[in-house]
Design a protein around this ligand. Structure first.
Ligand code: PRP
Ligand code: MG
Length: 212
């Protein structure tokens, strides 16, 4: 019998809530997070624990059939990938922020400035639409430190509670998008696994309904 392969975040903000929603759907994952691959009980599913940023490619290539992932990651790297369900957790924004003492009036103030980010495509699209040309520095984490070490004038990153911005003396100046966890589907999913996906979606819908 066929099994659906699902990718969930290996570590980080989505991991715990992703495991939890599967559990609430009556699907228990057999072994711990330390293993990269796990079997499930009560449902024809295999779980792969992967890095967030790699998941869009795995979906595109059909290495996994579905994934629980932040919409923001799909917007950055997987615009071609379909969303089956919004999951109503891990809500965040992707925002531009500048040092508190930066006298910011409008997006024009970022013209020609250095911006550090892990979301180059999202920022480029946003700035292009507003006719702003900036100098992007792509880094993969701890983006908020960049202005303090002289690497950038501004940053673009995820804002959730806002505490990372606060701790680094930054202020949010533009919200580029809002995001939440979603269930994404590979364009290469087989007909058999589509049927399993339908069953999973049915369970997810009732879980989300009960949570409200
Ligand atoms: C994420 C994100 C922000 C922060 C936002 O970083 O990159 O820095 O969380 O959350 P907050 O608004 O609640 O502070 P994370 O701690 O996951 O580490 P990373 O940047 O090194 O990936
Ligand atoms: Mg961070």
């Amino acid at each position: 019998m066929s099994k659906i392969k699902i990718a969930i975040q290996k570590s980080g903000r989505l991991n715990e809530d992703s495991v939890k929603i599967l559990k609430d759907c009556g699907i228990s994952i057999d072994n711990g997070i330390d293993q990269l691959k796990a079997e499930t009980r009560n449902f024809p599913m295999e779980v792969m624990f992967l890095r967030n940023g790699d998941i869009p490619k795995y979906l595109r290539d059909g290495v996994v059939d579905i994934a629980i992932i932040g919409e923001n990651v799909l917007i950055e790297k997987g615009k071609d990938i379909a969303i089956a369900e919004k999951l109503n957790f891990s809500k965040c924004k992707v925002s531009l922020a500048v040092p508190k003492d930066f006298n910011y009036n409008s997006i024009e103030d970022l013209q020609g400035k250095k911006i550090a980010t892990s979301y180059p495509n999202t920022v480029t699209e946003y700035l292009d639409a507003k006719g702003i040309k900036a100098d992007l520095h792509q880094i993969s984490g701890s983006v908020e430190i960049a202005p303090n070490i002289g690497l950038a004038d501004a940053i673009c990153d995820i804002v959730s509670s806002g505490s990372t911005l606060f701790k680094n003396n930054l202020k949010e100046v533009e919200v580029m998008l809002t995001s939440e966890a979603v269930l994404a589907v590979s364009p290469k999913i087989s007909e058999d696994n589509k049927k399993i996906l339908e069953k999973l979606q049915f369970r997810i819908k009732s879980v989300l309904k009960a949570r409200n």
